[in-house]
Design a binder for this molecule. Structure first.
Ligand SMILES: Nc1ncnc2c1ncn2[C@@H]1O[C@H](COP(=O)(O)OP(=O)(O)OP(=O)(O)O)[C@@H](O)[C@H]1O
Length: 214
C-alpha cells in the first residue's frame, strides 16, 4: 500500500486525447484523470462521443493523438486486460448458453475476484432462479443484469460503463449505483456515461462534459 506521503498515480489518466473518424473530429483534445475511489461521469448528448471515448480507453479504437496511462504506466494490451473491464451497449453474451454458463465462460476469459462465486453474483443482480435460463430467453433488462453480474465478478479495478442504466427498472438503477459504490469503497474506479437523465451514483465524482466536435 502507498504511504500517506507518497501520492499514488491516478488509476487512469488521459492527456490531449483526440479522436477523428475519416478526418472528422469526434472529440478532444481531452484531459482527465480518475483516482482510485472515484467515479468520472462522462456526460453528453447523443452523438457527443461518449461511447467512442470508452472504446478508445478500452483499446477497441485508436486515438488520433494523446496519451493514456493506467496506474502511471502507458496503456498497453496487457495492462488494459488487467486493469479494465468494459460494459458496452451490447450485453456480449452467448445466446445459446445459460446465464450461469455465460458467467462461467466470461470468468474463464477474464478471471474473477477470488471471494465471489458466480451463483452469488447472479443473486446480487436479481437473477437467482435464472441460472439455467438461456441468455436468448432473457429480457433486455435481465441481459443487462447478467452483464452486471459479469462486471461484479471481474477482478479489474477500472470499470468502463457505457450507459449502465439502459434497459433497467428503478430497482436496477439503484443496483448499479450500489455496485459502483461498493467497487469504489474497495479502491476501484468507474467511468460512467450518461445523458444526465438518471441519478448519478452517490460517490466521489468528477465530471467530464462532452460536446459534439465542430
Ligand atoms: N461505427 C461508426 N461509424 C461511423 N461513425 C460513427 C460510428 N460510431 C459512431 N459514429 C459517430 O461518431 C459520433 C460519436 O458517436 P458516439 O456513439 O461515440 O456518441 P455517444 O455520445 O456515445 O452517443 P449516444 O448518447 O447516442 O450513445 C457520432 O457522430 C456518431 O454518428
Amino acid at each position: 500500500m502507498p504511504s500517506s506521503e507518497h501520492h499514488a498515480p491516478p488509476l487512469l489518466q488521459a492527456r490531449g486525447l483526440r479522436f477523428t473518424r475519416n478526418d472528422d473530429p469526434v472529440f478532444g483534445p481531452l484531459d482527465f484523470a480518475v483516482d482510485a475511489g472515484e467515479a468520472l461521469l462522462v456526460q453528453g448528448d447523443n452523438g457527443a462521443g461518449k461511447t467512442t471515448l470508452l472504446r478508445v480507453l478500452a483499446g477497441l479504437l485508436r486515438a488520433e493523438e494523446g496519451a493514456i496511462e493506467l496506474d502511471g504506466h502507458p496503456s498497453d494490451p496487457a495492462r488494459r486486460a488487467r486493469a479494465i473491464t468494459y460494459l458496452g451497449h451490447l450485453p456480449g453474451l452467448k445466446a445459446d448458453l445459460s446465464a450461469m454458463e455465460n458467467l462461467d465462460f466470461l470468468c474463464g476469459l477474464q478471471g474473477r475476484r477470488r471471494s465471489q462465486l458466480p451463483s452469488n453474483a447472479l443473486a446480487i443482480v436479481g437473477l437467482a432462479g435464472y441460472e439455467d435460463a438461456l441468455a436468448r430467453q432473457l429480457s433486455a433488462g435481465q441481459k443487462k443484469r447478467l452483464s452486471l453480474a459479469r462486471l461484479w465478478m471481474s477482478p479489474a479495478p477500472l470499470w468502463l460503463l457505457d450507459e449502465p442504466y439502459a434497459n433497467l427498472d428503478l430497482e436496477g438503477i439503484e443496483l448499479v449505483n450500489r455496485m459502483v459504490q461498493a467497487h469504489l469503497r474497495e479502491g476501484g474506479a468507474a467511468l460512467v456515461t450518461t445523458h444526465g437523465a438518471y441519478a448519478a451514483p452517490p460517490v466521489r465524482t468528477r465530471l467530464l462534459v462532452m460536446e459534439k466536435a465542430a
